[in-house]
Design a protein around this ligand. Sequence first.
Ligand code: ZN
Length: 323
Amino acid sequence: MTRQALDDLKQQIPLLRYLHGHDWSPVRPLTRGRWMGRCPLHEDHQPSFLVDPNRNLFYCYGCGRGGDVIRFVELYHEVTFSQALALLQQWRGNGPLLQQTARFYQVQLNRHSEAVAYLDQRGIRSPELIEHMQIGYAPGGCLRGWLTQFGHSLAALRQAGLVTGSGYDAYVHRIVFPLEGNLYGRSISATAPPHRFLPGSKGGLYGWAEVQTSPEVVLVEGLFDYAALWQAGFRTITCSLGTRLNRRQVEQLCDAPRTVYLAFDADNNGSGIQAAQNLAQMLQQRGLDARLVLLPEGHDPNSFFVQGGDARQFHALLEAARS
Ligand SMILES: [Zn+2]
């Protein structure tokens, strides 16, 4: 990348907009248009993160780190300089569009009783959880019109995979969860394929930023499992969105010594258990303490809680995996 291309990239992605897109908001204004807020790079109890939108720079008085948007991406996502550039280019392409889509779907959720009923049936009721995971609903037949009215071209919507080749909304009757650079859509209808992602990577581990400093994490394979555990009060959970981890997810899990509890589906044909065993072995070879959580047969963490399991019982399963 040339110097000029780097400058263009930084100019097209204002640091403040990128921070907003990653759930950062300032706590108070300072002089000369600058802002102060909590540092997203570490646990920060009082605002020590300064953002200067005019110079497109940040500096943290807590951890002493600072720089431009590329430096921020390197630190925040723990990636190399060239990976940071790739993430930013991807974000420049689709980020704002996906964010706008996710927000639109969030608004739809409470307008569609079939969506609320589906969540209820999967045990998801807590408004805090719905807010935390930014859960939305894609009714179908309305996204394209809404986005084009904001100036997004049909070509861009097709390229992002939000609209099909024939011009219809790609997600119809799906519960939608925003991911890093993607949207996961779970069909509420039994006749459609249950799981869908937009084209491109599913991203890293779900919710990783919140658990990466924890010495123990519980890894689940589905977002409804994550949701059930979160609602039951567990906070050191992460999700791989399938039993197959991509390279980035493996790197995240292995970036520090930690204990990983694998709580995959105990499906009747044993494939979930097999996948968990293979993964545990691979993580152990990389120096992690990986433990298998044995759920009652035929259960995943979501159905465990839906069918009456409680936090104390799940704690007992974790405890049993310890020994
Ligand atoms: Zn800091």
